[in-house]
Design a protein. Structure first.
Length: 392
């Protein structure tokens, strides 16, 4: 049988799951040009408004002057520059861990950490709402793989009774499609009692949570706690650049350098990117007003949306999903908003469980109150134009 790709594509269309890529024609920002139109955007993960910040741009340009463009090789050969190394030292200091290791993407950081730590005979337990990269990493590792109920310490504990070999518990810090936080104060003691390691992917928490942007561990005052052995952050979200890091003990980082295939067999990120991230790391820590502005906008939105009767999730973060239900309704709502010049992503399965399609609204410190009000007005109008949900 030859490949028949057309059937798979047709099915995807029929299920309202077909993905298309809008074409961005301006830098990242709250007002962007997309497919020839100016749009007010609430769908990027540039939470602090740093992706096009003049100081970060300048640091990137100066990085190119000093280092050129390509890194030329993997980190183990000749692609690890002084700029990469400085950023790793700064990230270790920022997270309060002995070491940090830089990766080109968060996806690779997660594959690297899980597959270097686990193999056949070991156990990996993941929150069922974890990011796809963490689930893929668990499967790729070859360890016994099990998912526990979302944020449920007793579901986790019951699965830990059957563990064998090294056991790694893996969770998002901030859940990427729901915006809620991992219940670390409840999960940490469960992990400790089972002598399991805990890995937290705080892609959406770093820069956003905590007084100095230290993420979920700072938020829960767990920075000095030793129960999170593997801490992952990404740089393409609040940091506004690109890449990711794993922070942890000396031995953890040396293990990744020696054994993690997604670290070893890939070209280092451009050194100028590390220069840009060093600058954005400074801004993340120093400009606390960005987090305050973000929180103010989040509160304003939640207040307004609950007055409209929209179904919000229990999220204290800039990820504010509005539950819609069916894929068709989510697409329809996003299309109605688009017609009003507002861009919000419709998130559908398999990214979220079936029947929980949603608008994933995200805020940035660069948004204004007036822009949030424009979103609320548009939601009020568009919501009433939707076909009613069959269960309503
Ligand atoms: C975005 C994201 C990643 C992937 O990071 P990239 O740098 O975009 O590859 C990993 N984990 C979580 C929780 C994310 O939200």
């Amino acid at each position: 049988m030859p490949f028949d790709l057309s059937q798979g594509l047709a099915e995807r269309r029929a299920e309202h799951l077909y993905r298309i890529r809008p074409i961005l024609e301006s830098p990242q920002g709250t007002e962007v040009r997309v497919d020839g139109r100016t749009m007010l955007a609430f769908c990027s993960n540039d939470y602090l408004g740093l992706a096009n910040h003049p100081d970060v741009r300048r640091a990137f340009q100066q990085g190119v002057e000093q280092w050129g463009v390509g890194s030329g090789a993997s980190h183990l050969v000749i692609g690890h520059t002084r700029a990469h190394h400085q950023l790793e030292e700064a990230l270790a200091a920022f997270t309060g861990r002995p070491r940090a290791l830089l990766f080109s993407t968060g996806y690779m950081a997660n594959l690297a950490a899980v597959t270097a730590l686990l193999g056949q005979g070991d156990t990996v337990l993941e929150d069922r709402l974890n990011h796809a990269s963490l689930l893929d990493a668990g499967l790729l590792s070859g360890a016994r793989f099990s998912r526990y109920l979302h944020n449920d310490p007793s579901s986790l504990a019951s699965r830990l009774e059957k563990n064998s070999g090294n056991t790694l518990i893996v969770t998002d810090g901030v859940f990427s499609m729901d915006g809620d936080l991992a219940d670390l104060p409840a999960l940490c003691p469960v992990a400790r009692r089972a002598q399991a390691w805990l890995m937290v992917d705080d892609a959406h928490g770093f820069g956003v949570l905590g007084q100095r942007g230290g993420g979920i561990l700072e938020h829960f005052d767990l920075e000095a706690d030793d129960s999170v052995q593997v801490l992952v952050g990404t740089l393409g979200k609040a940091f506004g650049t690109s890449g990711a890091f794993v922070a942890g003990s000396e031995e953890l980082i040396e293990t990744l350098i020696q054994f993690a295939r997604p670290y070893i067999y890939t070209t280092g990120q451009p050194p100028a990117l590390a220069c840009a991230t060093l600058k954005s790391l400074e801004l993340v820590q120093q400009e606390t007003w960005r987090r305050e502005q973000l929180q103010h906008l989040i509160n304003r939105f939640r207040q307004g949306a609950s007055e409209l009767g929209l179904t919000l999730l229990d999220s204290p973060t800039p990820i504010q999903p509005v539950l819609v239900g069916s894929n068709a309704r989510a697409l329809m709502l996003s299309a109605l908003l688009k017609a009003k010049g507002i861009m919000v992503g419709a998130i559908r399965p398999p990214t979220v469980p079936a029947g929980t399609a949603r608008l994933r609204i995200t805020f940035s410190a660069a948004h204004t109150e007036a822009q949030v009000d424009r979103l609320l007005d548009a939601l009020a109008e568009c919501w009433h134009k939707l076909e009613p949900h069959p269960y309503e």
